[in-house]
Design a protein around this ligand. Structure first.
Ligand SMILES: Nc1ncnc2c1ncn2[C@@H]1O[C@H](COP(=O)(O)OP(=O)(O)OP(=O)(O)O)[C@@H](O)[C@H]1O
Length: 236
């Protein structure tokens, strides 16, 4: 970890038609850091990720990527500046091959695309063996890996992941989180929203706990008070 804040969110407020779901939230993620965003169902995790990407409009606050304000940019321009996003639910093109799913996610030239494809296959060897298979034939865990791989083809400096372990067996979820650690290890800033605290904490160095759209704890995983998790999830 270099300590450079690649993603800085300051006082971000966002929601739906006047209903606030993220309420004046601030957080930052450094290069090489994996931050777990935890909170109960409805705490605002998905809304925060979507607001960072611009899919949900912000009602206030700032979003900076490597020091540059990106809050006024359209989502695709934020992606080109270096944001990667893996939405909940493993969005892949089921009828396309694994290789094509990855290749169409890249806007770079052929040489870079080939290199990025190799990097994704190195990170997820299970995908390399299935490169020519249609994506619908993959297991749930492999589809999640493919969804993450697609986001990596854009060479994100900041990767936002929404509940990557949803519906996966503990073993497959463990593989996905091992990949999350490896991605952060390459210098990417990773923000991963999860409902499964134990899994996310195993991969993250820092945790931000959300409750009713506000950050109620932000600090290293080791310093997370035992009752903070319970309070955030059970409303104590
Ligand atoms: N499309 C939407 N329209 C209106 N309200 C929404 C919409 N999506 C989410 N909300 C509301 O915003 C609040 C935060 O929801 P959000 O999905 O961000 O929470 P979450 O922490 O990601 O929960 P989950 O784990 O269930 O996805 C909730 O009160 C939810 O009902």
């Amino acid at each position: 970890m270099t300590g450079t804040p690649l993603l800085q969110v300051e006082g971000l407020t966002a929601g739906y038609g006047g209903a606030v779901a993220v309420d004046g939230l601030s957080l930052s993620v450094a290069a090489g850091e994996a931050v777990a965003l935890l909170g109960a169902n409805g705490a605002g995790k998905s809304t925060l990720l979507k607001a960072i990407l611009g899919l949900v409009p912000a009602m206030g606050g700032r979003i900076r990527l490597a020091g540059e304000e990106i809050g006024a940019l359209a989502p695709e321009r934020r992606v080109r500046r270096g944001l990667g996003y893996v939405p909940e639910g493993r969005r892949v093109f089921p009828g396309m091959s694994v290789r094509d799913n990855l290749e169409v996610a890249s806007w770079l030239g052929r040489a870079e695309r080939v290199r990025d494809l190799e990097r994704v296959f190195a990170l997820f060897p299970a995908l390399e063996g299935k490169a020519e298979e249609r994506a619908w034939r993959l297991s749930g865990g492999q589809q999640q890996m493919l969804a993450v791989g697609r986001a990596l083809m854009g060479r994100p400096r900041v990767l936002l992941l929404d509940e990557p372990s949803l519906g996966l067996s503990p073993k497959l979820a463990g593989e996905v989180f091992a990949a999350v650690r490896a991605i952060a290890g390459t210098g990417t800033a990773v923000l991963v929203a999860e409902q499964s605290a134990a899994r996310a904490l195993s991969a993250a160095g820092r945790v931000v706990l959300l409750r009713l759209g506000r950050a109620v704890h932000d600090g290293p995983v080791e310093t997370l008070p035992g009752d903070a998790l319970r309070d955030a999830f059970l409303g104590g």
